[in-house]
Design a protein around this ligand. Structure first.
Ligand code: GRF
Length: 209
């Protein structure tokens, strides 16, 4: 007798990168080893051609699209190219992963695009606050803790509703590098956990944020 299989529809992810691709590599690894279940990466978009992240994506056999601002007349045309690519890939959710460019996302994508930022937003965010600049600013401010934030992307840098945060201590003698390492370890846990929650609870869960 035929048994009824549950309908299984993996969450289709598009990942936007610009550089080293460590966030992407972590997602690939977790999908591969089953720690992140029910999600697949259907497209990687890079705003730069010759970066390690592109190599990582290609080695993993993922479709890669290079969409460089320099190839477009203006920010609007660049943004439209990103939108077309994620639409055509039929992505359900877009993950910014070290993506360094402004994507003017259309209203239909708002609520379905996430970013991870290496600090506890709303502090230490905004234009120019990326990479080591963030950790240097946290140390200069004498903070006793830092962490990472997953947030929905809207039309302002590092601004949309916060979905999840993870805290890490700032330790005596920390340098931007040692703090970055601790924050990145937290990022490697938090981002896949958020994606797993979306798999389990649906995109509506993000809408409630
Ligand atoms: C991470 O620190 C993340 O917070 C920020 O980009 C950094 C990772 O870059 N959004 P990459 O994934 O190694 O390119």
């Amino acid at each position: 007798m035929a048994t009824t299989q549950p309908t299984y529809r993996p969450l289709r992810l598009a990942v936007l990168i610009s550089g080293a691709g460590s966030t992407l590599a972590n997602l690939i690894e977790r999908i591969r080893d089953g720690r992140l279940r029910g999600a697949e990466i259907v497209l990687v978009i890079s705003s730069r051609g010759a970066v390690r992240g592109v190599e990582i994506a290609r080695q993993a056999g993922l479709p890669v699209k290079i969409v460089r601002p320099i190839d477009f007349a203006d920010e609007q045309a660049f943004s439209e190219a990103i939108t077309t690519a994620v639409d055509q890939a039929e992505a359900h959710l877009v993950l910014m992963a070290g993506f360094m460019r402004y994507w003017r996302l259309p209203p239909r994508w708002q609520g379905r695009v996430l970013n991870i930022h290496p600090a506890l937003l709303p502090r230490f965010g905004g234009r120019g606050m990326y990479g080591q600049h963030v950790h240097a600013a946290v140390l200069a401010a004498g903070e006793r803790e830092s962490g990472c934030t997953v947030h929905l992307v809207d039309l302002q840098y590092d601004h949309g509703p916060i979905v999840a945060q993870r805290r890490v201590p700032v330790l005596p003698g920390d340098t931007p590098d040692t703090l970055a390492e601790r924050v990145q370890a937290a990022e490697r846990e938090l981002y896949p956990e958020v994606v797993q929650t979306v798999v389990e609870r649906g995109l509506e869960w993000l809408g409630a944020k």
